[in-house]
Design a protein around this ligand. Structure first.
Ligand SMILES: C[S@@+](CC[C@H](N)C(=O)[O-])C[C@H]1O[C@@H](n2cnc3c(N)ncnc32)[C@H](O)[C@@H]1O
Length: 269
């Protein structure tokens, strides 16, 4: 049975998630009730008030994740928004490989990597581009998310492959599992991706300045000030000439300093 949520409880929950994760649920009242009622009841709660009291006082990571997982999506797939990967291979990689030919180190971040398809696609493009030279480069992709469930799947690296997966990639970068139609990313590609838990609301304190940041289909949940503040942090964490790739349905505030290059593709001057 669906539980009801009072205005006060709805506001408490929305403000907590907004402040901690930037995710704007203020227009998702029906979704909250619809998606959480059953789960909360199976956990023994008889009202939203009791659950929200518990959530706000303990800030229990599992409970927070449950709410976020129920109300946002981890939806992703290999080579999503393929135009980006074509641009990455043809334009970005030649440029940054040339730029780093002395230190032989690339800094690429998949921010909001979900279950890993995005950073693995990036790693496969890099492996294709560098060929046998890959072994002499440090071109590991940093891949972060707040969802532990998504990161566990990502590290496991076992997928049903889409029809669109190029046969060449399937052969080179995957091994068939025992179960039908399940494929594991090869160790060589796994070694090229470092998965970490990271909340995009937190200050960015990674050691190197990034050459490329993919943050696609993540900011859709954020309100404008949260989005702008995050894009400013991306800008400051990037080297001059670095790229920012966002989802094709998303927009970017031009005042921050990024130059528009192609749809959903921006460059720091
Ligand atoms: C729809 S998926 C996008 C995956 C991939 N980038 C793509 O475009 O296919 C959005 C991801 O953003 C993550 N996310 C949402 N808010 C976040 C936050 N505050 N910090 C880190 N990750 C967040 C979610 O957990 C989810 O895995």
């Amino acid at each position: 049975m669906e539980m009801t949520i009072t205005d006060a409880d709805f506001l408490r929950l929305v403000q907590f998630i907004q402040k901690s994760y930037g995710i704007d649920l203020s227009k998702k009242r029906q979704l909250i009730v619809g998606r959480l009622s059953y789960t909360l009841q199976t956990m023994g709660y008889t009202s939203f008030t009791a659950f929200i009291d518990h959530l706000l006082s303990t800030r229990n990571a599992n409970d927070i994740e449950l709410v976020i997982n129920k109300l946002t999506t981890n939806y992703t797939f290999f080579m999503r928004e393929e135009a980006h990967f074509n641009f990455f291979k043809r334009t970005i990689l030649p440029e940054i490989v040339q730029k780093h030919k002395k230190d032989r180190s690339l800094s690429i971040w998949s921010a909001g990597c979900s279950s890993g398809e995005e950073p693995y696609t990036i790693a496969m493009c890099i492996r294709d581009y560098l060929g046998p030279q890959a072994a002499t480069w440090d071109a590991r992709v940093l891949a972060t998310d707040i969802s532990q469930r998504a990161l566990t799947l990502a590290k496991e690296g076992v997928y049903e492959l889409p029809e669109t997966m190029p046969p060449e990639w399937k052969r080179r970068y995957f091994q068939a599992e025992k179960e039908p139609n399940r494929f594991r990313v090869t160790q060589e590609i796994k070694d090229q991706v470092q998965f970490r838990t990271f909340n995009l609301m937190d200050p960015i304190r990674f050691m190197t300045k990034f050459d490329v940041i993919f943050c696609r289909n993540v900011m859709i949940y954020f309100d404008q000030p949260t989005k702008d503040a995050l894009v400013r942090r991306f800008y400051d964490a990037s080297s001059p000439g670095a790229y920012l790739l966002i989802g094709h349905s998303e927009t970017l505030n031009r005042d921050i300093g990024y130059q528009f290059l192609a749809p959903a593709t921006f460059k720091k001057p």
